[in-house]
Design a protein around this ligand. Structure first.
Ligand SMILES: [Zn+2]
Length: 142
């Protein structure tokens, strides 16, 4: 894959973003390609029409890959996306074992376009009740 090939596939993700926007959803789109550039699956943001805050295209593709591809094949894929994956999607992409991400707009550039679109982190308290929690978890991993 050359930079030019990446740009062709990235333009496909941007076209999917436009389609998401035309359907009343936030304008984000992604596609997942194999090592030869073959498009394996594509998704659009559907957070509004699905009334699902997690319906980001990157997350849907990572879940698809984890379900439909073996680990070796997933590791050879590249996710092309119109905007840099958010923290939620980046974590799921990692869990799915995808090989690479190529994005158009960075998250920072998106914030410049739409200030205030980020969310503050939720405070987390812990660890707590270590022995009780450990007793519930440990048998699974032994
Ligand atoms: Zn996301």
């Amino acid at each position: 894959m050359t930079a030019s090939d990446d740009h062709i596939l990235l333009r496909g993700a941007i076209a999917l973003a436009a389609q998401a926007g035309e359907s009343g959803n936030p304008p984000f789109g992604s596609l997942l390609a194999g090592p030869d550039g073959t498009v394996l699956a594509e998704e659009r943001n559907t957070t509004r029409t699905d009334r699902d805050i997690t319906a980001h295209p990157e997350l849907k593709l990572a879940r698809w890959a984890a379900r439909e591809l073996d680990a070796a094949t997933a590791a050879e894929t590249t996710l092309y996306t119109s905007c840099q994956p958010c923290g939620m999607c980046a974590a799921v992409i990692q869990w799915a074992g995808l090989g690479r991400v190529v994005f158009a707009l960075s998250g920072e550039q998106l914030l410049d376009i739409r200030p205030g679109s980020g969310r503050p982190p939720v405070p987390q308290d812990g660890p707590a009740l270590l022995e009780e929690a450990r007793a519930a978890v440990e048998p699974y991993y032994r």
